[in-house]
Design a protein around this ligand. Structure first.
Ligand code: NAG
Ligand code: NAG
Ligand code: NAG
Ligand code: NAG
Ligand code: NAG
Length: 414
């Protein structure tokens, strides 16, 4: 750099004088620079020549092998010797193709010939193997076809339209992949390869498959096979529960799904309902009055009317809903006296043969008798039993009270 000397205002040279001398200095400098660079270049050349001569002689003397070569990623190198004149070869793993030199030679100058190769994933879709509008998906060493509607097979080669066996929701085309020439086909959940035709998946009938499963039945009542799955169904009068496999009784009496009239009572049963009407009994010489919806009491008897005074003092009505095949023995109902008037309280079962076949009456404590179911009942059925409680004082009859129990047995055990 050239410094323009400082000058005081009155002694400064004129602008023209300065510009002239500057131009002269620049010319001089350019000439110097050019010759300087030229000699520098010459020097560098000489040094390089010397260096390479020296290096070649040294390496030839001590080392006559080329640099070690690595196998390409996803490939292999054949040949171990790296000496001059030796050759190495390169191979790629299946599904990959070689890009670059297949073989390289260690040359005299200790530099390998050719280019270091790489292994590139072969695009199996490049040949458009999927037919009939199928979409090819390239994967390492394989491809898969996603077929257009109406076509199936590893390469979507098969028509599915006009064959009943491969249409409908219970039949689906499979998804196939080809791995090194071998076809593997898979199905959506709930479907399976059917028979020898690997192009077609058919619905698995879970109901059939798990019918007698060790883990219990699939459904409490009925199993309905669906495309790709199944569902449980319940008989009329029941809902499928939240878990999807059990059945729960619908309370028709609570949900107005009953047609009982105003003078009837609705009794919910398992799987249905019953409309009942309590009418007081007609007994000669005695009259009854309804004192509650489920109870009738005898009106006071005329003096000395023995037929009236021996008629039951009251009738009570009870309705039970039970499931079929209820295990037995078990207590179905209890009848109690509030207090004892006489010295003896007796409980007994009234009714015909049917009642005696299924029930018995026992005393459970001093004031209580119980109606027992003695054998399971298969529904649907309606059973009736009457429990008589009588009070005596020194063998003289004081009064008797009848409890009528009606049992509605359902058709199913749930
Ligand atoms: C020979 O040269 C190679 C690389 O050019 C080097 O890796 C190797 O260690 C050398 N061997 C000797 C014995 O100097
Ligand atoms: C699907 O095509 C293949 C080859 O084209 C054939 O072997 C196979 O039987 C065909 N399947 C059906 C169900 O037609
Ligand atoms: C109630 O409906 C059932 C059918 O759902 C019918 O059989 C029955 O007779 C009806 N009862 C009355 C009281 O209408
Ligand atoms: C029943 O009542 C009728 C009259 O209402 C009377 O004649 C008859 O004797 C009574 N029967 C008995 C067993 O008391
Ligand atoms: C009734 O239940 C018993 C077990 O509690 C069972 O072994 C029997 O098979 C059932 N009967 C019917 C008809 O379901």
């Amino acid at each position: 750099m050239i410094l323009i000397g400082l000058c005081l205002f009155q002694d400064c040279p004129s602008r023209q004088e300065i510009q002239g001398s500057l131009k002269q200095v620049q010319k001089l400098l350019s000439a110097h620079e050019a010759s300087y660079l030229q000699s520098l270049r010459n020097l560098k050349k000489k040094i390089n020549l010397l260096q390479s001569n020296a290096g070649r002689q040294a390496s030839k003397a001590i080392n006559s092998t080329c640099m070690k070569l690595d196998a390409p990623v996803n490939g292999r190198k054949l040949g171990k010797s790296h000496s001059i004149g030796h050759e190495v070869h390169f191979l790629c793993d299946p599904g990959y193709e070689l890009v670059g030199s297949e073989s390289r030679i260690c040359q005299e100058n200790l530099i390998w010939s050719g280019q270091q190769p790489t292994c590139r994933d072969i695009n199996e879709c490049a040949s458009s193997p999927c037919l009939n509008g199928g979409t090819c998906m390239d994967e390492v060493n394989q491809f898969s076809c996603v077929c257009a509607k109406g076509w199936a097979g590893a390469t979507c080669q098969n028509h599915t339209h006009h064959r009943a066996a491969t249409t409908g929701p219970f039949v689906r085309p499979s998804r196939c992949t080809i791995v090194q020439g071998t076809t593997h086909c898979t199905c959506e959940p709930g479907y399976t390869i059917s028979g020898r035709d690997s192009n077609t998946c058919t619905d698995i009938d879970e109901c059939e498959l798990f019918h007698n499963g060790q883990a219990g039945r699939l459904c409490l009542h009925a199993c309905v096979n669906t495309a790709g799955g199944y569902r449980c169904s319940c008989p009329v009068g029941y809902d499928v529960t939240q878990d999807g496999r059990s059945c729960r009784d619908i309370d028709e009496c609570a949900t107005r799904q009953n047609n009982c009239t105003n003078d009837q009572m609705c009794i919910n049963t398992y799987g249905g309902f019953q409309c009942v009407r309590v009418d007081c009994p007609k007994i000669p010489n005695a009259t009854y009055v309804k004192t509650s919806p489920m109870r009738c009491e005898r009106n006071p008897c005329p003096v000395d009317n023995k037929a009236c005074s021996q008629a039951p003092n009251s009738f009570s009505y009870h309705y039970l809903a039970v499931v079929s095949n209820l295990s037995a023995p078990r207590v179905m109902f209890r009848v109690s006296a509030l207090r004892q008037m006489g010295d003896t309280l007796r409980f007994s079962l009234l009714g015909g043969r049917q009642a005696r076949r299924h029930f018995t009456v026992q005393r459970s404590d001093r004031l209580t008798g119980q109606l027992m179911l003695v054998s399971p009942v298969q529904g649907p059925a309606t059973l009736e039993a009457e429990v008589e409680m009588s009070e005596l004082e020194r063998r003289v009859h004081l009064g008797k009270y009848i409890t009528k129990v009606t049992m509605f047995v359902s058709q199913y055990e749930f």
